[in-house]
Design a protein around this ligand. Sequence first.
Ligand SMILES: Cc1cc2nc3c(=O)[nH]c(=O)nc-3n(C[C@H](O)[C@H](O)[C@H](O)COP(=O)(O)O)c2cc1C
Length: 202
Amino acid sequence: MLLTLLTASCAQTSAPVSEGDAALSVIMNRRSVRTFSGEKLSQEQIDMLLKAAMAAPTDGNVQPWEFVVVTDKDIVEAVFGQGRRADMYRNAGAVIIVCGHTTRLRIPRGEPDAAPVETPNGSWYEDCSCAAENLLLAAEAQGLGAVWMSAYPNEQKMAGIVEYFHLPADVLPLAIIPVGYPAGDEQPKDKWAPEKVHYNKW
Ligand SMILES: Cc1cc2nc3c(=O)[nH]c(=O)nc-3n(C[C@H](O)[C@H](O)[C@H](O)COP(=O)(O)O)c2cc1C
């Protein structure tokens, strides 16, 4: 039933989705949601969002992510209560900050017995982006809405979060994701652009 509804409401008319494919329906129906009802999320809903995020692929399977889940309304107010999007954050069921370790421990190449050395993890934001997208899709799959609000690479935004939550020295916030029950009528956009596809040559 849910699948039928999702498929029927799919706005991506030029990219038909078969009724049998729930995953594709979720992908094609995801849209950024910035207005929320204020309804709380259950722990099970939040856990599912985080499990989906942590199912993402990562370079070398390093899984450099960390997640700050903000459900306390006083903290939401303190961190996100200023600016033109304040109501978006206030009415979300949770605000999930996707963070990543910007360094990783590596055994020096050719020295299998050496102690691991802390080195920059150049893939942290790609890895955490995969997690963030999975989280957005898991929100859609649960009948929720969400939007990726940028933190990285905005120095000022990142600094505010690092400072408030006392993030460890090598951890940076990538994306701030308010998630909750949609209160508006945001629709998926049709982005299918065959002219952007280049088979075998440019
Ligand atoms: C890296 C990234 C940063 C984004 N930052 C913001 C942001 O700071 N504020 C915002 O309102 N939306 C932000 N978005 C959401 C985009 O505006 C949105 O995905 C885009 O307009 C396409 O719309 P759709 O998500 O509904 O398909 C961001 C999305 C990405 C992937």
